[in-house]
Design a protein around this ligand. Structure first.
Ligand SMILES: Cc1cc2nc3c(=O)[nH]c(=O)nc-3n(C[C@H](O)[C@H](O)[C@H](O)COP(=O)(O)OP(=O)(O)OC[C@H]3O[C@@H](n4cnc5c(N)ncnc54)[C@H](O)[C@@H]3O)c2cc1C
Length: 348
């Protein structure tokens, strides 16, 4: 806010005393929203000044920043590609800015204005908008919409299989700001057909996942069923998670399926679309390879881009090696039930 007082605009990637024009959208509004909504601001953050600065950033061209053009976004409710080749990124960025601003307006008691910015953010994301782009990377997870679109325009072979095992996530919170179990271990409660695992988080909680055949989930219909099950098989975990929290989580969520997806090729014939991460190869989580493979995809693509002088279609085609698909097949030699039994074996 000091920079607003000195320069007139919310800061965006400033360097020494200059605006660098290097980023799209506005980011200070997102930070301000977080400070205000999470009550982490101190008395020096003046809401009237903040609201004024947010109105300006949401509606006016910034004098110092040629990358910033909210009036175009407001006029069309998105940024047309013909007017700026970063249209998709800009539209998403402005819409998110609008949403954060609506939160601040609401906190400031400006309900009508909050609604207006909320509507603006939804208009941009709710409408069907056609963008013309040079290339598309589908990094949109195992139910990839990009993959579905690619299958309509090219011969993309896709095989998918749901496992019998489903999962549900619980949380073991920290106690006195400390982990309640040793953090540097993978905690597993193997129980033949099903298991509970706990993985440490940076906030000293554990993400605690119950993996089980759906048939067992279906037998747990009442709060009593759920607690009896947990007390019988994971008594120490009940004390860590909390009986009420188990019930609350169990009945406010539902078991999620696990899916294995393979597809080939990962690119369209002319190399203008590419699938990466789970969109190209989702797998059972027990090998802890899904996220790793997704990260590895980025490294491989970057190498291919460098080798091909950042010619995207050429790099996409070079990236599409059969090896990447075969690697997944080789690590999926066990199905999820066999893997749960495997954890049983190694822990006894
Ligand atoms: C229970 C469980 C445990 C796991 N444990 C591990 C582990 O220990 N180690 C490991 O390496 N991997 C693990 N994995 C696998 C890992 O989570 C995935 O492989 C990884 O998240 C894949 O990353 P991704 O970016 O490709 O896909 P995702 O993480 O699924 O991200 C895709 C993103 O695209 C967005 N999206 C989807 N459709 C659209 C759309 N139409 N428009 C805009 N956005 C869209 C989604 O909201 C999402 O944010 C686990 C998976 C599960 C289910």
């Amino acid at each position: 806010m000091l920079l607003v007082a000195q320069c007139g605009d919310l800061p965006k990637w400033p360097f020494v005393k200059e605006y660098t024009n290097s980023m799209i959208g506005s980011y200070a509004d997102i930070l301000l929203r977080d400070l205000i909504i999470k009550y982490e601001h101190d008395i020096h953050l003046n809401t009237i000044q903040v609201v004024k600065a947010l109105r300006k950033v949401a509606n006016q061209v910034q004098a110092h920043d040629s990358c910033f053009d909210p009036p175009t976004y407001i006029k069309y409710q998105y940024v047309p590609y013909e007017m700026d080749h970063r249209s998709a990124s800009l539209t998403v960025s402005y819409a998110y800015d609008d949403w954060t601003i609506s939160n601040v307006m609401y906190a400031a008691g400006l309900i009508d204005e909050a609604q207006e910015y909320h509507n603006r953010s939804r208009r941009a994301s709710g409408n069907r908008v056609d963008f013309r782009v040079d290339v598309v990377i589908g990094y949109d997870g195992c139910h990839s919409a990009v993959r579905t679109a690619m299958m309509k325009i090219d011969a993309i072979n896709v095989a998918q299989e749901y496992f019998e095992t489903y999962y549900m996530e619980f949380c073991i919170p920290p106690k006195n700001d400390q982990f309640v179990m040793e953090p540097n271990y993978l905690h597993i409660w193997p129980r033949h057909q099903f298991m509970l695992i706990a993985l440490p988080n940076q906030d000293k909680s554990f993400t605690t996942t119950l993996f089980s055949p759906i048939s067992i989930f279906r037998t747990l219909e009442t709060a009593d069923d759920v607690l009896t099950f947990f007390r019988q098989y994971f008594p120490d975990a009940v004390s860590f998670i909390g009986a009420n929290e188990i019930i609350e989580t169990y009945f406010s969520s539902k078991p999620q399926p696990l899916i294995s997806t393979k597809c080939e090729p990962h690119t369209t014939y002319n190399g203008d679309m590419l699938l990466m991460g789970d969109a190209a190869h989702s797998m059972a989580p027990f090998y802890a390879q899904g996220m790793n493979s997704a990260f590895e995809d980025c490294l491989v693509l970057f190498d291919k881009l460098k080798e091909n002088n950042f010619d995207f279609p050429k790099a996409f085609s070079a990236y599409n090696r059969p090896l990447r698909i075969h690697k997944q097949i080789s690590i999926e030699y066990l199905d999820s039930n066999e893997m749960i039994n495997y954890f049983d074996d190694i822990s006894t």
